[in-house]
Design a protein around this ligand. Structure first.
Ligand SMILES: [Mg+2]
Length: 123
């Protein structure tokens, strides 16, 4: 098990009471700033998620244009992606940990069945 001390030794600096920030803790804290009309539930967060994913690409694109990129800029945009993912999960009455576990279960199943490569959402 990785402890808060391990994380600190590795240079990670975001903790909740000595432990690494969990996905659900993050979601709860981010939820305090997820303020949009009830009528825009799901759609607002889904659109924001797509927009922020594009912003990640915009930062990565600078590798082509400038031959370099800012790790910090990409991480900031990735955080925005996470914020919208947390909001969308909330709008779907789910916790981020459920989203993460479902994804891991899906990938493990694909690997076990030898279909980790290829395409198709339901393989
Ligand atoms: Mg952004």
């Amino acid at each position: 098990m990785i402890t808060g001390e391990d994380m600190e030794a590795l240079g990670y600096k975001y903790f909740t009471e000595g432990q690494a920030l969990t996905l659900n803790d993050y979601q709860a804290k981010a939820s305090a700033t997820a303020i949009y009309p009830e009528s825009a539930k799901i759609t607002y967060a889904a659109m924001g998620l797509a927009n922020e994913a594009g912003e990640v690409l915009g930062k990565v694109k600078k590798i082509i244009r400038d031959g370099t990129f800012s790790r910090e800029d990409i991480l900031d945009e990735l955080g925005d992606v996470l914020w919208y993912a947390a909001a969308l999960a909330r709008d779907l009455n789910s916790e981020l940990s459920e989203v993460a576990q479902r994804n891991l279960d899906k990938l493990a199943s694909r690997k076990e069945r030898g279909v980790i490569g290829g395409s198709g959402d339901k393989r």
